[in-house]
Each structure stands twice: as C-alpha cells, then as structure tokens.
Ligand binder design. Structure first.
Ligand code: PLP
Length: 228
C-alpha cells in the first residue's frame, strides 16, 4: 500500500468515526507518527496533504528536520529527558508527553528565553503500568496546577498511551477515562489550562478513540508500515 492510499483510508475511517458520534471531522487532527521512518516518506505523506507529524526521539528528530525540505508541523510525542528540551525549542508546536514538574520547568525555562509560550499536554498513565511514563491519576490535579502556574507554558489538554489490547473495544474505557479526567480538570477553571485537546488513539484503535472524544490521533504504522 502506498502512503497516499493509507492516508486516504485513515481519513475515511476518521470521518466515519466522527459521523457515528456526531462530531465535526474538523475537530480531529491526524498526527502522522514518523519515528524510525526516513525523510522521503514524510515528504510523500506531505505531498498527499498530511502536514502534522509526530516524533519520539530527539536526536532522530533533529536530523529529520534538516532532511525534510517541505514545510510541516512537528509535535513531540516521546518520553523526554529534561537535558534535551533545549533542542526542541522553536522546532515543535506541541509536546504531548509532559509527565512531571521538573520537565515542565525546563520547558518553561527554554521557551521563556525567547519569550514564547510552549503548548503542552499532560501525559497520564491510565493503566497504572510500571513500564509506561505518565503521571498517575492521583497526582494529576496537583501536577496540572503546578505546571499551569509556569509563565511560559500553556496546558492544552491530556495525552495517554493506554495498554495495548488486541480488541480496541477493550481500550475504550481508558479513552473514556481520559475524557472524564479532562472534563474534571476543565471544570476547575485553572488559569493557563485549556483542556481542548485529547491526544489518544493509535493505528489499531484510533476509531474508538475518536468516538470517545480524541482531538489528536497519533497514527504511525497504519500510514508508514510496520517499524519492525
Ligand atoms: C509509536 C507511537 C504511536 C504510533 O503507534 P502506531 O501503532 O504505529 O500507530 C503513537 N503514540 C506514541 C506515543 C508512539 O510512541
């Protein structure tokens, strides 16, 4: 399958999911996850109308931004060490994976140097999985309040990477939970917190995520093929 055909199929599935729950397709953005994939595949996707890409690894991302010659928008979606934040500054439109105050403080410091405001999502560990990053639900409100108080950060919403389960229906409760947490936080009216974005859903479960309110779906292998 070509990248162009894959993108077309995914957009049709996204539209169909929106129709099922009466959502406006314009409220859901496709983040094409291009980790491990070469610049020419990104350019092929861009030629097919895809403008938003997600990357996971700082070093790989830096190389790619030099190689990709067409204008695209980048989101950083991978786990992030504080000492690498400085390389992302000015290059990414959003960071999806903020899960601790120390990381947020460094983003605030780096973006603040140029007087910019970083748009970020707070990553939540819904499955309470040891191996996954993300803040625990119990610590979420406290983290959101502290991060929101930083002057050069805007919290735009939440992100989650639920457990991989073969049947997407089994992931639905996790997506629903993230939506509930976002609604709960929105109701607190914390200055600097918007809760307009829900980053959830990947290649095998993005349809269900959209039905549950996703505004950013992060799709890699269904566009670019398997990574292994
Ligand atoms: C790799 C990755 C994805 C995309 O996964 P696919 O199953 O290839 O669609 C989405 N989100 C994150 C955080 C990832 O690391």
């Amino acid at each position: 399958m070509s990248i162009q055909t894959n993108l077309q199929t995914i957009r049709e599935r996204m539209n169909a999911a929106c129709r099922r729950v009466n959502r406006n397709p314009e409220d859901v953005q496709l983040v094409a996850v291009s980790k491990t994939k070469p610049a020419d595949m990104i350019e092929a996707a861009a030629a097919a109308g895809q403008s938003l890409f997600g990357e996971n690894y700082v070093q790989e991302f830096l190389t790619k931004t030099e190689d990709v010659t067409v204008p695209v928008v980048w989101h950083f979606i991978g786990s992030l060490q504080s000492n690498k934040v400085k390389y992302l500054c000015g290059k990414v439109a959003m960071i999806h994976s903020v899960d601790r105050l120390s990381l947020a403080k460094e983003i605030d410091r780096q973006w603040g140097k140029s007087g910019e405001t970083a748009q970020i999502l707070i990553q939540v560990n819904l499955g309470q999985e040891e191996s996954k990053s993300g803040t625990e639900e119990a610590a979420l409100e406290d983290l959101v309040r502290k991060v929101a108080a930083l002057p050069h950060i805007r919290i735009c919403g939440l992100m989650a990477l639920p457990p991989y389960l073969d049947d997407p229906e089994q992931v639905r409760p996790f997506f629903r939970r993230l939506r509930q947490l976002a609604d709960m936080l929105a109701a607190l009216n914390i200055p600097g917190v918007e809760m307009r974005e829900l980053s959830m859903g990947m290649s095998h479960d993005f349809d269900v995520a959209i039905e549950e309110g996703a505004t950013l779906v992060r799709v890699g292998s269904a566009i670019f093929g398997s990574r292994y």
